[in-house]
Design a protein around this ligand. Sequence first.
Ligand SMILES: [Ca+2]
Length: 332
Amino acid sequence: MRTVFVTVVVLIVGCGGGSSGKPGPRDVQVSPVGSESPSPMPDEAAISLPEITNSIGMRLKLIRAGEFLMGSPETEAGRSDDEKLHRVRIAKAFYLGIHEVTRGQFAAFVKETGYRTEAESDGMGGYGVDEQGNFPQKPAYTWRTPGFSQTDEHPVVLVSWNDAGAFIRWLNNREQAEYRLPTEAEWEYACRAGTTTSYSNGDNPEQLALIGNIADASLAGKFAAWPWPIIAARDGYVFTAPVGSFLANGFGLHDMHGNVWEWCQDGYDPGAYNSRTGITADPFVKSGTYRVLGGGSWGTGAADCRAARRGINDPRNRTINDGFRVARSGIE
Ligand SMILES: [Ca+2]
C-alpha cells in the first residue's frame, strides 16, 4: 500500500489500486542502524540567510535559486519506484516558513474569518487515533480537538489541502502578498538543504530523533501495537511537538522531517519523474486526483520521513498527522 498514514486514500502504484474507506500505511521499510553517514550540524552561514517575519509573526527564510537531484538513488532504503533521481532547477528564489503553520496562527485566521474546516463543515470530522491505537474518523476530531494536547505552538493538524488554501488566501488578502504552498520540487529542495542523503542529517533513521519528531520510543511507550515502524531512539514526543523543537537543517528550516506531513501544491503523478530528462526547471504537476505531501509525521516510520518520499492524500482529507507550511513568491 502506498498511502499517507491515517488516510482514506489507498494509491494505486504497486498495490493493485483502488480506494479504500480505511486508513492504511505506506510500504515502509526502515533501513538498518549503523550508517556511516555523518550527522552534520546546521550550516551557520545558511541559517543566516535572510529572513522575514510577516504580519502574524510567521518567520520565513529566503531559499535561493539553485539545482539539486530530486528523488532518491536506487540504493536508498525504503524508496519507492516513483522517486527516479533527476536533476531539477529551482529557477527563482522564494521564501519558506521556518516552521509549520501553528495552531495559534490558524486560530488567528479562524477568528478573523469564521472559517470552518472541512472536518467541521461537513460534520464528519477527521481521522484521529483512539486509546487503542486505532484510527477512526469522528466528528470530534477537528483542528480544535485533535484528541491530544496541543499548545498554540504546535502545528495545526486535521486540515485538508483545501483548508490550507483557505488560510493562504486569507494571508494574501491581509498582506497583499503572494503566499502559496511550496511545489513538490521546492519542498524537497528546501528539505535537502544541499544534502543527497535520505534525511538532511544522513542515512541513519536513529539520528532522525535529532532533527525531527517521528514514531519513536516515546510513541512505543503509549501504543504497544503501532502498525508502523518505530525507531529505538527517543525524541520525547508521542504526538505533535511544538514547532522548532529540533535542530534546523542547513537552510535554517525546522521540522522538515516529521511532526506533520506537509501539503504541497502539486497533484500526484506517479510517472512524473520518469518523464523528465536533462535539467527540469521548476517542475509542477498542476492537476491530479491526489495531492503530494512531504516529510512524514510524528506517527510515521523513518522511511516515510525521507526527503524523497512522496506522500499522497485526497485534497479533502484531514488527519491528525497532516499539516502544512507556506511559501511566498514575488522575491527580487
Ligand atoms: Ca515522536
